[in-house]
Design a binder for this molecule. Sequence first.
Ligand SMILES: [Zn+2]
Length: 160
Amino acid sequence: MLRRDIPKLFREALRDVWGRAGDDVSFEVDSTGPTEVLATLSYDRNAAQARGGVLLSTASQHVLSVSDDLLLQDVELIGKVLRHEAIHVGYPEHDENFEKLASETNTASTERAMRGGDYVVERSENTQTFEEVYRTKNRNDALCFAREKRAGPGVYRLDY
Ligand SMILES: [Zn+2]
C-alpha cells in the first residue's frame, strides 16, 4: 500500500462508519507517521461529537497520521485501522459508544484485537514497566477486571 492511496481509503472508512455524513469530514494525511502505533487522528477535540452512532458535528480539520508499518499490512487490517480512526471523528475515547460502532463496522478498539488477538490487562507497580495479568476475547471482561483491581495497589491499563 502506498501513502498516497490512504486518503481515498480513509474517505471510504468515514463513509462506512458515518454514512453520507462522512463526506462532510475534512482531513489531510500527514506526510510522516507515528512509530509507536499504526495510526493516529488529531483534531479539535471539543468539536467532534456523535450520539448513538450519528455524527452531529466535527472539527474543521483532522490530521490522519499513518505509520510506515501500517502501509506494509494486508488490506483487511489497514481497513480496520482506518475505520477505527474514522470512529474517532465522533468519539474521542474508547468508550461504550466507540466500542458499539467498532463492532458494527468490523473493527476494534485495540490493535491487538484488530489482528484477531485478545484484550490484555497489564499491571505496573511503578508506571514504567507493565506486565500482563489478564487476557480475554471480551473487552468488557477486561474492563471489569481492571476496574475491580483498581481499588488495590498498582496501576492497570488495557494494552493497545
Ligand atoms: Zn483509538
